[in-house]
Design a protein around this ligand. Sequence first.
Ligand code: G6P
Ligand code: ZN
Length: 563
Amino acid sequence: MSFPVKEIATKPFEGQKPGTSGLRKRVKVFQQEHYTQNFVQAIFDSIDAKGQTLVIGGDGRYWSPEILHIILQIGSANGVAKFIVGKDGILSTPAASNVIRKYKAYGGILLTASHNPGGPDADFGIKYNVGNGGPAPENVTDKMFARTKEITSYKIIEAPAVDITTIGEYTFGPSKVSVIDSVADYLVLLEGIFDFPLIKSFLSSHDDFPVLFDGLHGVTGPYAKGILVDALGLPASSIQNCVPLPDFGGGHPDPNLTYAHSLVEVVDAKDVKFGAASDGDGDRNMIYGKNAFVTPSDSVAIIAHWAHVIPYFKDGVKGLARSMPTSKAIDLVAKKKGLEYFEVPTGWKFFGNLMDAGRLSICGEESFGTGSDHIREKDGLWAVVAWLNIIAAANKDSPNKLIGINEIREEFYLTYGRSFFSRYDYEEVPSAGAGEMVAHIDKALDTGSLNGTEHKSASTGETYTVSGIYNFEYTDPIDGSVSKNQGQVITFSDGSRVVFRLSGTGSQGATVRMYVERYLEASAGKEKLMSEAADGLKGLIDVALELSNLKKFLGVEKPTVIT
Ligand code: G6P
Ligand code: ZN
């Protein structure tokens, strides 16, 4: 049977600008006639995928099967030789990155809007990743955007739909389609990185160390079952909300203390020793035990500190990195171990260049992203299994005392001191007010009016002296590209700092993030080092709010989310 290529006339839509997280819009926007087709054709116009292999997968959110079919139609008409598709259209973002790398695909199209809610009235997203398994760089996404503005037609092949619910080899018009198990390759990857036998033996001999993973009805459910239950032998009750749902069960699949309340409640009620959650597309993670929250900045630093127990790092760690607002805990590990380390702007893409150049092994962001150079995306379950590996190794050397999350944290703080860290989010505030606040801080930066000024916290009586203000700027050491205005940093004479940054991922109004960090020496002792972050940071938060005049500019009393 022959399938002619049809050329369909169309007109450009406004605003099809993909960020590094792809094009994210409401489902209803993607459902407009020609809207999705235009964007998909613009992808193919910006890459050279003729005769190549492309990976397609996503978080399984509402409208995914429909869009997957459109990608096959347009991709095939544009000459793609082979598609590798996750069963049911499912591939977590880290799993997709792995499949692209493992099968040396030309690139991949990921159908996800990460942690944004799903469903007919919520969000959808289309993201293009390149051959190294990482998000397309800006020069590629800029090309796509330019094409969307001038598009006059798109090409399709009308072949019968492929049964993506069944693993197997198919054809779609002139193209081959391989529907693969969504989990198998990822499980092989993690088994090659971590000490599975050690973790399994620890877990099977410790009834006193119950584990709970919450998939928040996102994509990680089948992965958690394959890894935690089938491979590591945990009981089925160790995973919850692990059936992916197109609307994530109506929830907001983002692993933090506010949105992952389903995990927090059960961990607290049942005294679960090790709890974890991941987001809609599986690249974020949160590690949480009863009275034992691991802030992501500490999590990545602790993984770096313990890297020697992880087989993947047995030949050493190349370098470490964090995003600018992330606390400096990981810098301390790098200094102690004599490793190179980097401070990059917010966004995982900045790590990719360093990894490809062989200069970075472990990195993370305060926004619940942790990972390594095993792929080119952050990796939620990687972080969860890394923690289990570390805990299993620590317990091997401690036969008489159970080492859990807090014992690991304590040892870390007693070695390096503690960087108390917290982030206040002010979501969907008026853009004008946010802009005025930024201008207010910029003015102090320009005139130096705040330098050397003393500020007393009303609640704690502590005094903080401003030592400097700057706007964070980054020059990529590999390609020399410069990223300006990446956040305003106010530093204090005791080494504390406060960062103000506008979110790049919100969909309405502006979202302001305030990050506060205060360092306490290891010599302060166990009790102080292990105190609540909120207590350790109270005075600094008062001062940060006063200096920025945030409440007045944004017209709000309280943050939406505190992490
Ligand atoms: C996405 C990126 C992360 C980044 C985060 C920042 O999740 O993948 O690398 O840290 O956005 O989000 P924000 O809302 O703070 O701009
Ligand atoms: Zn995500």
